[in-house]
Design a protein around this ligand. Sequence first.
Ligand code: MN
Length: 497
Amino acid sequence: MGKNSITIEDVLNKLKVKRTSQREALIRSAYEFSLMAHAGQKRKSGEDYIQHALHTALNIAKMGMGSKTIAAGLLHDVPEDTTYTLDEVEKKFGPEVAFMVNGVTKLGKIKLRGTKEEYYLENLRKMFLAMASDIRVVIIKLADRLHNMETLSALPEDKQKRIALETMEVFTPIANRLGIGEVKGALEDLSFKHLDRENYDKIRKIQEEEYAQRKKYLDRAVVELRKELTNDGIKVLDIFGRSKHLFRLFQKLKKHDMDINKIYDLIGVRIILPDISDCYAALGIVHKKYRPLVGRIKDYVSLPKPNGYQSIHTTVFGPEGKIMEVQLRTRQMDDEAEFGIAAHWIYSDKNQQSLRHLIFGNKGKDKLKVPEKELAWVKQLQDWQNELGKDDAEFIESLKIDFFKNHIFAFTPQGDVIDLPEDSTPIDFAYKLHSSIGNRATGAKADGKMVTLDYKIKNGQVIEILTVKENKKPSRDWLMFVRTSLAKSQIKKAFKK
Ligand code: MN
């Protein structure tokens, strides 16, 4: 067993949902199946392959997901990497688990290619979410990526760089958007390590030194604050010192001429309290004990961040007059900051609540109160949907985020993303690139294979348009099968000339 080897018991011990015998049985049986399917397989790191499945499942459990998602996590590489098929997974574990496994397999095919332009990356993120079609698939994929990043050193260097870049540009923004701060921070730091080793080492050294120096008075602050709050009749659920994620610290240092003395939240104290009124009461007590820095109080409880983050931050002159940050929040806010959307499952009684409930709160049929401000990320998804002017009926009917239904994304060989309506053909694709490319089109390749011009492009395919050099007129027959109005009008225009 390797030094990071874990067992299925470790996964079960991290369950945040209630550990019923039914759930345990499902997880154990998915484990047994995965163990058998991956038997004899090794990871590049030399570990048994099952360790990857177990670590992915552990990450999913930590995010507070249920047994089906954990089972799907254990099985996520089975259809792609073993002789067992998706059908066999479905037969044994049912359509829901199979659906998630299939989703993860499909997402594995989307890769960051070439260019890094912002619009391309944003489309890639959207496509990723659209293709996931179920938020749980995204959670599994993030859990999978987290373990892949933790074991990235086993891969050749050029691959390390590509995967780290993809993680930084595609996965961390998605984790951020879903409000999964803990995963986002971990993915960012691991990417940082592989993309910019020099600065990573530098920052880690700075942080270790500063932390060692400040730990003494941080510990003192924890003791003093706990005493002060308890004396004033406030129940402290938890209080602890915390340090900043490395990549975040690096970003901040860059903004402040790399001067560590200008960073006030390098370390701080986090206080977890029973409810919101306690947070405000505690804020007063903290300020009575330690003088606050003017203009450094941030109330994200009244005004949550766009991804739903809630907390009160204040910067004070702590023990020995040293500046430090204090964060005050409820347990729910803390869990939501770390686990985002996943935490909503824990804090709502119904595990399978629909998005209608999430968006409209208790206006839905079943009474279920979810404050709107906590759901900014759902709104963000809605905004994307509205940008595309899609009918949202289906979107809000279920927890699926298939709001890009009827919409596909294809790539040029250079890696540019072209979005098209469903059933679009290479001719639609060609006109989207340029009218002259459309007019001169003679053939097309999808993922390197020749296809007919009326071929229906699939999501994620690389489409290459073959053209003739000289000017030519398009074919009238194309009007029979093109999908976009752009292609239609361009073809007609070419004939009018
Ligand atoms: Mn995997």
